[in-house]
Each structure stands twice: as structure tokens, then as C-alpha cells.
Design a protein around this ligand. Sequence first.
Ligand code: 9MR
Length: 360
Amino acid sequence: MKGFCKCIFILRKPFTMKILYTFFVLGISQFIFAQSQSVPKVFLKDVLTFPLGASVNPRLLDENVTYRERTGSEFSSVTAENHMKMMNVHPGADRFDFVLGDEIVAFAKNRKQRIHGHTLVWHNQVPQWMKDFQGDQVAWENMLKNHIQTVVAHYKGKVAGWDVVNEAFLDDGSLRPTIWSDHIPDYLAKSFLWAYEADPNAILFYNDYGQDGKPKKMQAILNLVQDFKNRNIPINGLGLQMHVNIGSKNEAILEVINQSVATGLSVHFSELDVAVNPKNNPDFVYDDVAKDEQLNKFLLLFNAFKSIPKGQQYGITFWNVGDKDSWLRGYFKRPKENPLLFDDAYARKAAYNVLLQTLK
Ligand code: 9MR
């Protein structure tokens, strides 16, 4: 009894009360923190019936812990944004360099993520020695075949699918003039055949951008698919890059999705971003109106993808992880762009949570 009275006496002292109160509050917040850490987060990738991907940059994976954590936990598929392209993997005629591509593969394998290969044949990011290459048609064919087959063989069994040829058509539907079209007749079909020879299990894609609202370009792609089917050239999928913006017309987007699905091939929204400031207005503010418009585009795309027959759903891949890593800021130099699902600090945007609630 004596001890009890003493205790009450101490508690009455204002200073002692303050200290106890502080410990109490600290304890509660520690408890809440611990709870929030231990409760597993719900991930968008887990409520989807198809893979959710991001293109990644190995330097950021190395240097930025938050980027690494987000990429590892939020996505079930990864694409190398640049490090499986010709310029990076084949820097000299007799030299291949798979170091950074392999880093991405190891990262993804450790996290049981699927790896999508991008891209075997393109007119951009071509090494200088290829641009300067001299030789007749046979020499060009051997050079491209060697490139494709060495890269595909290196990643055989690791990469699930390849963008075999990227962006081969112009908006008017004509074949884009490139070093490949200049030197190798029927280079698209040959590229697919060479890729198939090197890995018959890889899912082989034709990948392009801006099909929506460009009916001639889309028709050229559909003609390519039909022609390949007629000639037994292996093709398994169509990549719709989906570099869209908040002003892109919904009907046009839905039309090219439907046309792609109608081919019966797998469909990949392969490089998704929804630009909010496409005209690069320096006074642009990423306000609630822009965020809502962006969310509506995300919803349109995810809902459309969800309605694709399951066997044709290869997945949706975002073109990098956080807004500040987007090519629209770096490559296009549009500082006021916020096209992705995660903000500059890699926090989930409000749109992420709406997608999560709506799609589960
Ligand atoms: O995001 C890529 C950027 O880092 C490169 O500098 C750029 C070079 O052209 O390529 C970007 O990725 C492109 C992709 O490989 C193909 N579709 C268009 C993408 C954006 O340009």
C-alpha cells in the first residue's frame, strides 16, 4: 500500500507525467509502424491475371535502392530499356557485350520475374560499325543473322519473348527506309525465321508505336501478319507500345487493340506511358484534372487488356518505373512530364490505388 501511494505521488508530478506520456506516444507509434511493416502490401501485379512489367535501367538498379526495391516488388516482368539493343550488345563486328543485359536477367531471375527481350532489329541505337558495313546482300544477311542468332542463343531459356523487329513502318504504311530495308530484301520475314531457328520456344513479336489514329500504319502491320501466316513465317505476337497521352482518342486506341486481338496473336502493351504534358508547356501543372484524365486512360487500357482472351494476354509493360526515369524527361527533354504509375520518389500514385481497387 505504501508503494502504491508512492507511485501515485510520482505520477502526479507534472514532469514525470510528461515523460511517461512521451514514452506512451512513442510506443504507440512504434507499434503502428511495426504493424504497417508486417502487414503485407497488396500489389497491383497480384490482382491482375496477366504479367505487369517495367522497362529497367541497370545503372539505376545498381545505384538506387528504392528503384531496385520497387522494380523487384511491383512488377512480374521486366524489359531492358536499352541494354539488349544492337548498339549495347554488339559494339564491335566481332564483339558482343552482354554484361549489363545479364545483370538485368540475374535481377529478374532472382525475383522470379519474366524477362522480355527488346529488341533484335531496329533502325535506332545501331552501332557505328553496322552503319558503315560494306558488303553484298549475302554479307549483310550473314551479319544480321549472326547478330540475331548470337543474341537469341545467349538469352535462350531466359528470355520469354523477343521484339524481333521494331518500328518497321511509317505512318503512311510504307516500309521505313533503313539500312536493313536497303540491303536485305524481305528482311522482316528473314529476321523472324532466324530468331525462330535460334530459339523455337521464344514468343516472337512485331513491335511498333502510334498505331492508334494511323489506319495505314495499322493496316501495314495487319498485312504483315497475314503475309507471314500465308508463308508460314513464325510470328506469335504484336507489341503495341502505347506511348499515348491524355488527349489520345479512346476509340482509336480501342480499335487498334481489337484489330490486334482479331489476328489471334498474343498482345503486349509493350512500352506504356500516358503523357500529361505532350506539348511540353513550361507552365504545366500536374493538377487533379490532369491526374484524373491520366487515370481514365490507365483504366481504359487496363480494362481493354483485361477483356483480351486469356491465351493472348502477354502483359502490360510500363516504360520505366518512376516519373523521373521516363524517356520523356530524359530523351525528349520534357521536364514537366509525369507519365508513369510511380512518382519521382517512387511512391505509388493515387491512380495506382484506383487501378488496384477497380481491377481486383
Ligand atoms: O527509352 C529509350 C531511351 O532511353 C533511348 O534513349 C531511346 C533511343 O532511341 O530509346 C528509348 O526506347 C524506345 C524503345 O526502344 C522503342 N520505342 C520507343 C522508345 C522510346 O523512344
